[in-house]
Design a protein around this ligand. Structure first.
Ligand code: FMN
Length: 412
């Protein structure tokens, strides 16, 4: 019998998220005190040694990103930290769970990261429709500021930092870190060309660290318990825990925090109670719209970055959408491709024209005109878009389409 391993979510349901005192009684704000007693480079070393990988989807080393930002432009008078709380990936709601239930954990993680890189200003870029998260994080910032935990010379140290919230306006693309920077600067949500990366030239041209909510909420745990303790969780290839959000045709949908490397079978059949109404499993979409479809042959694969890659799948944001035998893979594909078309910003031609063409192709297939387009042609089209478009949104449709070719070719 599989059980959750609640490391990030350990306070969930046990403390009043609106009470800073509750958070402190549960051991909160000890990690930042410990961090401030350490040299900031040692804090970064702890992140490196933990082997934590970003939980926003790309899985980049958190320690390295901190190191790059800390070392970037040493003479710059300003550095920024941005918490990416846009959470736009379909099927993903893990960041909301953290913000609504333990907002001070996020604030503490942000304080530690800001100290590590030397940022005196931090922002939470928060999804505008997340009303309760906005309320909870706003309150957490207010109460932490009143206690002197945010502001000038925090906890009696020489380190000063302020945190503010900026609201997103409903664009999926604005969750992408460079587009997010444009949005934060008050501009239209168009992507920027990489390089330069945010660590080098980010918000208003200054070195900026952009990290996901779950990533930042993990940092107090690593500092409090030590990187050695943390890296023993999960599997060596992907240490730690991960919050998975599972939706669709399962008996018990919701969120589950488990050790990395837990199998899909344990999550879908163990924690989520299996397929509802006694039906059979058809497919699982891992990582959201920009994710990959898999079938039951992947059920015993450890949920971790590299082992999923071997199966042509991704962990992404940790979303798992389950489709039972009655669901149409083709309808689901159409829905995903319409999503990309709708969210395409229109800046570059390959993505603007290509996402529209993909929708026309799948509609054509769904109408039964099988002689006109094939899945192979759609994969080719998505491949051209991926190679020629400016930003990662254009590189996304190939993900689900290539996985369909591998696992569900017969459905087309
Ligand atoms: C189209 C698109 C949307 C994204 N949306 C989000 C998002 O809502 N939240 C998030 O944390 N990362 C999102 N990302 C990933 C970010 O660009 C970035 O990799 C992440 O915030 C880095 O944080 P991490 O290192 O902690 O994972 C998105 C990426 C793309 C391409």
């Amino acid at each position: 019998m599989i059980h959750e391993k609640r490391v990030l979510l350990k306070n969930l349901g046990k403390i009043n998220p609106a009470s800073i005192d509750d958070y402190e009684k549960a051991g909160g704000y000890k990690a930042i005190r410990k961090a401030l007693d350490m040299n900031h480079l040692l804090v970064i070393d702890e992140m490196m040694n933990s082997s934590l990988r970003g939980r926003g989807g790309a899985g980049f080393s958190t320690g390295l990103k901190n190191k790059f930002t800390s070392e970037s432009c040493l003479r710059c008078e300003q550095k920024y930290l941005i918490c990416n709380a846009d959470e736009g990936e379909p099927g993903t709601f893990k960041d909301r769970i953290i913000m609504e239930n333990d907002p001070h954990l996020l604030i503490e993680g942000m304080l530690i990261a800001a100290y590590a890189i030397g940022a005196s200003k931090a922002f939470v870029y928060l999804r505008g429709e997340y009303y309760r998260s906005i309320d909870m994080v706003t309150l957490a910032i207010k109460t932490a500021r009143e206690k002197g935990y945010i502001g000038s010379k925090i906890f009696g140290s020489d380190f000063s930092v302020d945190i503010e919230i900026r609201l997103g306006a409903g664009s999926y693309l604005c969750g992408e870190e460079l587009t997010l920077l444009e949005s934060m600067e008050g501009k239209r949500g168009y992507p920027r060309i990489k390089p330069p990366f945010p660590a080098e030239k980010g918000l208003f041209g200054y070195p900026t660290l952009v990290n996901n909510v779950e990533t930042l909420a993990t940092i107090p745990v690593i500092i409090a318990e030590g990187s050695e303790w943390y890296s023993k969780l999960g599997i060596p290839e992907s240490p730690g825990t991960k919050i998975f959000t599972i939706s669709g045709d399962v008996a018990n949908p919701g969120f589950f925090e488990v050790e990395m490397g837990t199998t899909l079978r344990d999550i879908v059949y163990g924690l989520a109670g299996g397929i509802k109404d006694g039906k059979r499993l058809k497919a699982m979409l891992l990582g959201g719209a920009a994710g990959t479809f898999v079938d039951e042959t992947v059920l015993d694969t450890p949920m971790a970055y590299d082992s999923l890659k071997e199966k042509g799948a991704v962990l992404g944001s940790g979303a798992i959408m389950v489709l039972d035998e009655t669901r149409s893979i083709l309808c689901m594909t159409q829905s995903i491709l319409e999503f990309f078309k709708h969210e395409c910003c229109g800046k570059c031609v390959p993505c603007r024209v290509g996402t529209d063409r993909l929708v026309r192709m799948i509609k054509d297939i769904n109408r039964g005109n099988e002689n006109r387009f094939t899945l192979e042609e759609m994969v080719d089209e998505a491949g051209y878009i991926a190679k020629t478009s400016l930003c990662p949104l254009g590189q996304s449709p190939i993900m689900p389409l290539a996985s369909l070719q591998r696992y569900f070719n017969d459905q087309f």
